[in-house]
Ligand binder design. Structure first.
Ligand SMILES: [Zn+2]
Length: 175
């Protein structure tokens, strides 16, 4: 799993790519919803405390969960009478799925390896065989701290240029 830094950078790219107009780009509610959607899939780490079993990288890391999140966001936006309800739901679904995409391309050293990307259509776990992003060590030691700081630095090196290019293209589009 990438760190929250990687997921936030990915989410900001999704936000800019799906926002229509300056008002949408600067809409704080939209930004918070998109960031929350991009981080929420990892709340499955907490399910362990419910039944003692590991649920990480399963249903929440899938196209089905992204669709459910998008539908909930759309319904909420309709209830709030937002004129951009459709785009709002789409942005939340895309941000949720961006989490799955980043998890798909990173190195995974904690079983189950890969993510249940196609749930509810398939329970199989998928993983890019040539990882682009580094793994996170989930224990506390000096080596782990150095390793994880390098992971964050590499995420910034890969994902910040994507965010800057997205910002540039969005602003050049002129709306
Ligand atoms: Zn994840």
């Amino acid at each position: 799993m990438p760190t929250p830094v990687g997921h936030v950078l990915g989410a900001l790219s999704v936000h800019l790519a799906t926002a229509e107009g300056e008002a949408a780009r600067l809409d704080r509610v939209r930004v918070v919803a998109v960031l929350a959607a991009a981080i929420a899939p990892d709340l499955d780490l907490l399910f362990k405390f419910v039944d003692g079993r590991n649920h990480h990288n399963n249903e929440t890391h899938s196209i089905g969960a992204a669709a459910i999140a998008g539908l909930c966001a759309w319904a909420w936006a309709r209830w709030r009478a937002r004129v951009d309800a459709g785009r709002f739901g789409l942005a939340v679904a895309a941000a949720w799925f961006s989490h799955a995409v980043l998890d798909y391309v990173n190195k995974d050293t904690n079983p189950p390896i890969g993510i249940m990307a196609l749930w509810p259509f398939s329970d199989a776990h998928y993983k890019l065989p040539w990882p682009i992003l580094r793994d996170v060590w989930r224990h506390f030691s000096f080596e782990a701290t150095v390793h994880n700081l390098l992971t964050v630095a590499w995420e910034i090196a890969v994902l910040l240029p994507i965010l800057l290019i997205t910002a540039r293209l969005t602003l050049r589009r002129g709306h």
